[in-house]
Design a protein around this ligand. Structure first.
Ligand code: ZN
Ligand code: ZN
Length: 237
């Protein structure tokens, strides 16, 4: 656990459960596990430091009621061959400049890329080759926090994070306070095409996980200073 315990400065965002359908998905969809990434014009498919294209785990359109991110398109990419916990490498209480490209010991650069795109009108020509393409749907739900200020431990967009190890807060390199946007529960696994090399430390064969299976709280820059200005807080029980 890293960062200061400053609590949530803003009221909780409306909550949407992220539900993964049975699929398969055979054409581009803006809300999907795997599938055809919708990227801004000029935004290349992100690549790991190892040279491999990062796998698209999921993407979705952020509903309009989740200000300041309403209308953004969120994409979560992570390497299928590299798997670690994210290390925030703070500098003077802030995330370091261009933290989305900063070293991730023992690696020279991150093994993930999380993007908020604002002009993502067209799908890539080809789908994600490893993670199985499945439909995603968002279902509004009441994520009223409990007396400790803890929300539901769900795969969800908005709402109140359930903080396995207590709240964390981060200041973006641009000076804005990052704001919680999305939670992926601990040990969430994503089905991949059979026969791929096993991802290190993943729970099952034919699945990939994110950040060693840590619970993930995506915190994004409300100033949108860079499409990659999203920090994946990692915690575990
Ligand atoms: Zn890699
Ligand atoms: Zn920023």
């Amino acid at each position: 656990m890293n960062g200061q315990d400053a609590g949530n400065p803003r009221a909780a965002l409306p909550a949407h459960a992220i539900e993964v359908g049975a699929g398969p998905l055979d054409r581009p969809a803006r809300d999907s596990v795997g599938g055809w990434p919708f990227l801004d014009p000029g935004q290349e498919w992100p690549v790991c430091f190892c040279g491999e294209r990062l796998a698209l785990f999921f993407q979705l359109d952020v509903p309009a009621d989740l200000e300041p991110f309403g209308g953004d398109h969120l994409l979560v990419f992570h390497c299928g061959a590299h798997n670690e916990a994210a290390d925030p490498g703070l500098a003077g209480g802030r995330l370091v400049p261009r933290y989305w490209d900063a070293p991730q010991p023992p690696y020279p650069r991150p093994f993930w890329r999380i993007l908020l795109q604002r002009q993502a009108d067209l799908p890539a020509a080809e789908p994600e080759p490893s993670v199985c393409a499945l439909p995603l749907t968002l279902r509004p739900f009441d994520d009223a926090p409990d007396p400790r200020g803890i929300g539901a431990q769900e795969f969800k967009l908005g709402g109140t994070p359930s903080w396995a190890q207590g709240p964390e807060s981060y200041t973006c390199a641009c000076g804005a306070g990052l704001e919680y946007l999305c939670q992926v529960p601990e040990y969430t696994e994503f089905a991949v095409r059979p026969g791929l090399p096993e991802q290190p430390y993943s729970v099952g064969a034919d699945t990939y996980g994110l950040f060693l299976g840590n619970e993930i709280y995506l915190m994004a820059c409300p100033a949108h200073c860079d499409p990659a200005a999203v920090w994946p807080v990692n915690q575990h029980f």
